[in-house]
Design a protein around this ligand. Sequence first.
Ligand code: FES
Length: 92
Amino acid sequence: MNDQGEFYALQSLCGHQNLPLAGGKVWQGVIDCPWHHFQYDIRTGENLYPKRIYLLNTLPKLGEQISPLCIYPVRIVDEQVQVEVPQACESG
Ligand code: FES
C-alpha cells in the first residue's frame, strides 16, 4: 500500500476474524479494517484499535485477536515495487 508516497506491505488478512483487509481505508499510517474497524499501524503491524481502548485482561478472547500483522520489506527498483516475503512472519 502507498501512504503519502511511502510503500508498505503487510499480511492481507485481519487478525480479528481472518477477513481481507483489502478495501480498508489508510490514513496517516493506519489501516482500518473494512469489516469491524480493527486498526493497524502499517509500518509495524501493531494493532492500535481495540488494543489501546479496552482492558484486555478482562477480555481474553479479544486479546487473542489483536496480534500484530506480518509486515514485509519493500523496496523500489526501477519504478517497480518489490516485496520480500520471508519464511517467517515479521512484525514491528
Ligand atoms: S475482520 Fe477485521 S475487524 Fe473484524
